[in-house]
Design a protein around this ligand. Structure first.
Ligand code: SF4
Ligand code: SF4
Length: 79
């Protein structure tokens, strides 16, 4: 399990989440930031600092953004 960054990050990318992540598992991509699910320790610190509420625990990702679970994972799988 991991936290997942969803659509609201696109076009915002202020990187507040990156600054608080204790394991540095949040990486900037072209359109949004991404969380590496193999490194995320589920601390939830990033959730509280995101100004647009883009970050959700994997199981709680709203239905319309479920595809972002794979989008985040694939970003790292293709590295
Ligand atoms: S939940 Fe914690 S470990 Fe996971 S991305 Fe957010 S700040 Fe980093
Ligand atoms: S804090 Fe939210 S909007 Fe800012 S980069 Fe992170 S996920 Fe994107």
């Amino acid at each position: 399990m991991a936290y997942v960054i969803c659509e609201p990050c696109i076009g915002v990318k202020d990187k507040s989440c990156q600054e608080v992540c204790p394991v540095n598992c949040i990486v900037e991509g072209e359109d949004q930031l991404y969380i590496d699910p193999s490194l995320c320790i589920d601390c939830s610190l990033c959730v509280g600092v995101c100004p647009v509420s883009a970050i959700y625990f994997q199981e709680d990702v709203p239905d319309q953004w479920k595809s972002y679970i794979d989008k985040n994972a694939n970003f790292f799988a293709n590295k």
